[in-house]
Ligand binder design. Structure first.
Ligand SMILES: N[C@@H](CCC(=O)N[C@@H](CS)C(=O)NCC(=O)O)C(=O)O
Length: 298
């Protein structure tokens, strides 16, 4: 993170997303949805990118939207490709940001979407990427793909997502990056208050909106998947572990059993990324060997 991302009281305030063009179902749009035209860039370590991999897989968009994956360990040059990206030729993600806007001076973040037709980044606006896959790319969804963002539930899904984003998805970062006690405590308390609410909510339903998966589950899961292995210790989110919440833990394992969730979860890359890359939090870069977690449903 950059110094500009700290507000009063040492609180972490995430940078705004710079590239926010929209891919549209309208063939006349500047960026029309087309199979094979766009390339999604991700890290398996990153929770915001993880969402996009889950949705891409759940909707069967693997061929329509090819993906490029960066190495989980990042240095001051930003995300690096293990081999130059075969489509763009880039060795670092920064090349794609600077090719789009030579004056870009923010962090070069994943997930982002590259347009092979115009040779520029369309978006790094992570909240929009999954909903774009759900709506603009509907024509290429696999037969029987779930409707993750049903029209009738959008208001409620958006409302729950806003709370989960502020206190859980980004809440763990606010706790972990806080530079002062008060900012840390505020974030950590808000996080566990929301986890308590979600624990209660899941007492009588399988997923956050009942029996059907939605965008809300896709957004909560990446944080839960990283919780005990990383956020509990590295980000000091240690009031309780995920496994201490019976309903949330049952829910997380049920999601993990779905290939789109489980097969996009790479705890080795996740741990190496956080503990090695975030030297502001873990100066030695030593990666803990635990915890032992059995994700299998019993
Ligand atoms: N685009 C958002 C969220 C995406 C994001 O933060 N991705 C992280 C990985 S989880 C990243 O790419 N960070 C690059 C960096 O900090 O240099 C942001 O700018 O904060």
């Amino acid at each position: 993170m950059k110094n500009a991302e700290f507000g009063g009281g040492g609180a972490f305030v995430r940078q705004a997303n710079r590239f926010t063009a929209k891919i549209s179902a309208d063939p006349g749009a500047e960026f029309p949805a087309e199979p094979g035209r766009y390339r999604l860039f991700v890290s398996y370590a990153c929770p915001w990118a993880h969402r996009t991999l889950i949705v891409r897989r759940l909707l069967g968009l693997e061929e329509a939207i090819p993906v490029g994956v960066v190495d989980p360990i990042r240095d001051e040059r930003g995300w690096r490709f293990p081999e130059p990206d075969p489509v763009t030729g880039a060795s670092f993600l920064s090349e794609l940001y600077l090719a789009t806007d030579p004056s870009f001076d923010g962090r070069y973040t994943v997930p982002c979407v590259w347009d092979t037709a115009t040779g520029r980044l369309v978006t790094n606006d992570f909240p929009e990427i999954t909903t774009t896959f759900e709506t603009a790319f509907a024509a290429w969804h696999a037969p029987g793909a779930p409707d993750l963002y049903p029209q009738a539930l959008r208001g409620e899904i958006d409302e729950l997502n806003a709370l989960v984003y502020a206190t859980v998805n980004n809440g763990v970062y606010k706790a972990g990056f806080a530079k002062e006690q008060g900012a840390y405590e505020d974030a950590a308390r808000a996080l566990f208050a929301t986890l308590d609410r979600l624990e209660e909510r899941l007492s009588d339903r399988r997923f956050l909106f009942g029996d059907d998966l939605t965008e809300a589950d896709v957004r909560l899961y990446p944080t839960l998947a990283r919780f005990d292995a990383v956020y509990y210790s590295h980000f000091k989110c240690n009031v309780r572990r995920l496994v201490d919440h019976p309903n949330l833990w049952r829910y997380a394992r049920e999601l993990h059993a779905i290939p789109a969730f489980g097969e996009t979860t790479d705890l080795d890359q996740i741990k190496r990324h956080y503990y090695v890359t975030q030297r502001n939090v873990n100066p030695t870069g030593v990666v803990p060997i635990g915890p032992e977690i059995d994700w299998n449903l019993r």
